[in-house]
Design a protein around this ligand. Structure first.
Ligand code: 13P
Ligand code: G3H
Ligand code: ZN
Ligand code: ZN
Length: 325
């Protein structure tokens, strides 16, 4: 193996999920695409004493460069430790498309992977998820799989509408695949346009309950859980942007879910909006600015402050570990 995640100071998600479920919170899984976003995430989680899953999509990994990604994650751990915090940090592949990509990620220091077989048939999904679990477990890497289909855009795949996870399939899926956590579809969706104006945004906590009843204590994952804060949409639009009718998942519903067997909640869009709002604001106020520190700095601060707020209002993970000063 080129880079072993343990040597980079990273953790898999097993203990993290156990601790989260025993203590009624969820671990934040925040996506990043560059150094400033990684810093926003690790600074927020260090200050909050929250465990964190640094999430990288296949597209983000290509953008950053696969040789660079493990060292950004290693740097995140070094940052937390330098502040005296003992938060566990995982490096996770988001929406892994196939075994080949998973193998490459494990070779390059990932401590956790997702295999997203949700677009295949039930049987095919079981087959590919089991293959990945069998492979990853040899290296003590944790595996997330998905049942049901989320609406919205994921890499190149666009799903028009949600196909809710069927509770009567989860037991068979989990026992036949041997995966460590399960992403489910209960009405959350990817991207900024989750609901239409006039909709009553509602996730199906009843389906979640039924799934929990079938696989008690098993770690559940919610994707597509950005709240799409109106303040960032407004800032973007006031400063030359054009984002219309973007509506996310209400924070209160996510907080309820985080108290259940939901052990991991994925957020990407909110960070993108905060970051973009910061950049647009600088450029609108000072069009002559061309020092990247002057616009990426405020972008990072917006993202960091928002994630700290989200850890308190949604995840409930503040103080789960030692806070960094
Ligand atoms: O699920 C996600 C990443 O896998 C992110 O979802 P959002 O688009 O709601 O942030
Ligand atoms: O679920 C999708 C994530 O938000 C990542 O999106 P991406 O493929 O554009 O990096
Ligand atoms: Zn999917
Ligand atoms: Zn997702």
């Amino acid at each position: 193996m080129k880079y072993n995640y343990k040597e980079l100071g990273l953790s898999n998600t097993k203990e993290m999920f156990k601790h989260a479920n025993e203590n009624g919170y969820s671990v934040p899984a925040f996506n990043f695409n560059n150094m400033e976003q990684m810093e926003a995430i690790i600074e927020a989680c260090t200050e909050m004493g929250s465990p964190v899953i640094l999430q990288v999509s296949a597209g983000a990994r290509k953008y950053i460069g696969k040789e660079i990604v493990p060292f950004l994650a290693q740097a995140a751990v070094a940052y937390a430790r330098s502040k005296g915090s003992d938060i566990p940090v995982a490096l996770h592949l988001d929406h892994g498309p196939n075994l080949e990509t998973v193998k490459d990620c494990i070779n390059y220091g990932f401590s956790s992977v997702m295999i997203d077989g949700s677009h295949h048939s039930f049987e095919e999904n079981i087959k590919v998820s089991k293959e990945v679990a069998d492979y990853a477990h040899q290296y003590d890497v944790s595996v997330e799989a998905e049942l049901g289909i989320l609406a919205g855009v994921e890499d190149d795949v666009v799903a028009e509408k949600t196909i809710f996870t069927q509770p009567d399939e989860v037991e068979e899926f989990v026992s036949k695949t041997g995966v460590d956590s399960l992403a489910i579809a209960i009405g959350t969706s990817h991207g900024a346009y989750k609901f239409k104006p006039g909709d009553n945004p509602q996730i199906r906590l009843d389906i979640l309950k039924e799934i929990e009843r079938r696989i008690p204590g098993f770690p559940i994952v919610l994707h597509g859980s950005s709240s799409v804060p109106a303040k960032f949409v407004k800032l973007i639009n006031e400063n030359g942007g054009k984002i219309a009718d973007a509506i996310g998942i209400p924070n209160e519903q996510l907080r309820d879910a985080s108290k259940s067997a939901v052990a991991k909640i994925n957020v990407d869009t909110d960070g993108r909006l905060a970051f973009t709002a910061g950049i647009r604001e600088v450029f609108a106020k000072n069009p002559s600015e061309f020092d990247p520190r002057k616009y990426l700095g405020p972008a990072k601060e917006y993202m960091k402050e928002y994630y700290k707020e989200k850890i308190q209002t949604v995840f409930g993970s503040e103080g789960a570990y030692k806070k960094g000063e």
